[in-house]
Design a protein around this ligand. Structure first.
Ligand SMILES: [Zn+2]
Length: 97
């Protein structure tokens, strides 16, 4: 099983999680570790992450709400699946010219 590190760059906290489905109670535990305050609005993520989430080999870490009572899905997106914003901008510029 793959362990990856997710982080919150506002509180300078991090947590190691497994790729796959995480139970709701575990997700709550991770969220409390990364951003312990219920009042805080630093994170939009189900797991309290903030800032770009990437593995050491550059894959994007995607965190998705799997449903109430179900938990959270964590999966990795290969960097070559999507082109970067600058590549998109370049492409758009070419199409306009
Ligand atoms: Zn916070």
């Amino acid at each position: 099983m793959t362990l990856i590190e997710i982080s919150n760059d506002f509180h300078h906290t991090s947590s190691r999680v497994r790729v796959g489905r995480m139970s709701e109670s575990n997700a709550k535990r991770v969220r409390n570790r990364l951003c312990g305050s219920a009042e805080c609005c630093c994170s939009q993520s189900e797991l309290g992450t903030r800032g770009p989430q990437r593995t050491e080999d550059g894959q994007e870490i995607v965190i998705e709400f799997a449903g109430y009572g179900v938990g959270v899905d964590i999966w990795l997106r290969k960097p070559d699946v999507m082109c970067s914003d600058s590549e998109l901008a370049e492409r758009a510029a070419v199409e306009l010219s």
